[in-house]
Ligand binder design. Structure first.
Ligand code: THU
Length: 133
């Protein structure tokens, strides 16, 4: 299977595992990392609403835990006619582990709907002014 299809299958699998009893909005995210492995995560809500976590956040945690360091591409999948884009906090999280070439794939259950760069989605990201990280 080609890697983009595999990545889509991983995002769909995570979407199906999402724990979203409060918002009823399931999200799956999958990452192809610099170690050429796929890491994924789903949103995981909590009765104490602010304790919930986003799919991208959990996929990034899985990547770091598994030994990946950079995101080659990340797919975000939700059952939505409108394009789902990562929230502001997740964009900053993605930025932390991205390169100039990192691609963000926005998907729904029909397939890949749009591919954008980190710069396009977060043009004025906060960055450390000393290290320029
Ligand atoms: N959500 C994500 O998982 N990723 C995003 O980028 C946006 C929002 C989740 C959080 C919450 O569980 C649900 O979607 C509704 O906001």
């Amino acid at each position: 299977m080609d890697i983009i299809k595999e990545l889509y299958q991983a995002a769909l699998h995570s979407y199906e595992k999402a724990y979203a009893p409060y918002s009823h909005f399931s999200v799956g995210a999958s990452i192809l990392a610099d170690d050429d492995k796929i890491y994924s995560g789903c949103n995981t809500e909590n009765i104490s609403y602010p304790c919930g976590s986003c799919a991208e956040q959990n996929a990034i945690g899985a990547m770091i835990n598994g030994g990946g360091q950079k995101i080659k591409c990340i797919m975000i999948l939700a059952d939505s006619k409108e394009l789902i884009t990562p929230c502001g906090a997740c964009l900053q999280r993605i930025k932390e582990f991205s390169t100039e070439d990192t691609a963000i794939y926005l998907c729904n259950k029909e397939g890949i709907k749009k591919i954008l760069s980190v710069k396009e989605l977060l043009p004025h990201a906060f960055q450390d002014l000393e290290t320029n990280k």
